[in-house]
Design a protein around this ligand. Structure first.
Ligand code: ITT
Length: 187
């Protein structure tokens, strides 16, 4: 990683920040910037990430990235998608499990999506990560946050909340941050 030694991550979510900092493992100093940006409603993860990155740069005047993430369940039309934060507050994991009650097989398919928006005042770049899996029949595990107890990544018998730090090796967030890291290498 050449020119950039430290980078601001604009987020109010400490769990997301910790996962990203752990990913970089000191190779890049990540500084949390808990500043307010307006998330446009009804847009894609990508559009939200671009808009928030632009706003964050305007406020900080330093290279910064944001991440818009969420859970998408194809059999529910991609719900909760970009509304994941609001739905988690209102329905929680039990609410999602109720919506899927009695469903089996492919109808339990789900994916975690991460879109990172990076802005340095010259350009806005986005980096995407997807982790596919299924919604588990009940909440399992104590690690992580948000929907981690109900998400079982493909090829694993444990939920993200049971995998603990093992989440880092395969998560949507790690894939997107890995792409950002690659971009910064030739920055
Ligand atoms: P910032 O926008 O301030 O970064 P946020 O919590 O609103 O924080 P997102 O919009 O990216 O973050 O994520 C929406 C919600 O999706 C988040 O609050 C969690 O409930 C859930 N979520 C995102 N990533 C997750 C993950 O890795 N594990 C579990 N739940 C996750």
């Amino acid at each position: 990683m050449a020119a950039i030694k430290e980078l601001y991550f604009c987020t109010g979510n400490r769990h997301k920040f910790n996962e990203v900092a752990e990913f970089f493992n000191g190779k890049l100093k990540v500084i949390q910037a808990d500043i307010d940006v307006d998330e446009p409603r009804g847009e894609s993860f990508e559009e939200i990430a671009k808009s928030c990155a632009k706003q964050a740069y305007k406020k900080l005047k330093k290279p910064v990235f944001v991440e818009d993430a969420g859970l998408a369940i194809p059999s529910l039309g991609g719900f909760p998608g970009t509304y994941s934060a609001w739905v988690f507050k209102k329905l929680g994991n039990d609410g999602i499990l109720k919506l899927l009650e009695g469903k089996t097989g492919a109808r339990l398919a789900a994916e975690f999506v991460s879109c990172i928006g990076f802005c340095d005042g010259k350009a806005i770049k986005t980096f995407n990560g997807i982790c596919k899996g299924i919604i588990a029949p009940n909440c399992r595990g104590n690690a992580g946050f948000g929907y981690d107890p109900i998400f079982q990544p493909a090829g694993h018998n444990e939920t993200f909340a049971e995998l603990g730090s093992g989440k880092l090796a395969i998560s949507h967030r790690s894939i997107a941050v890995g792409a950002l890291q690659k971009y910064l290498r030739d920055y």
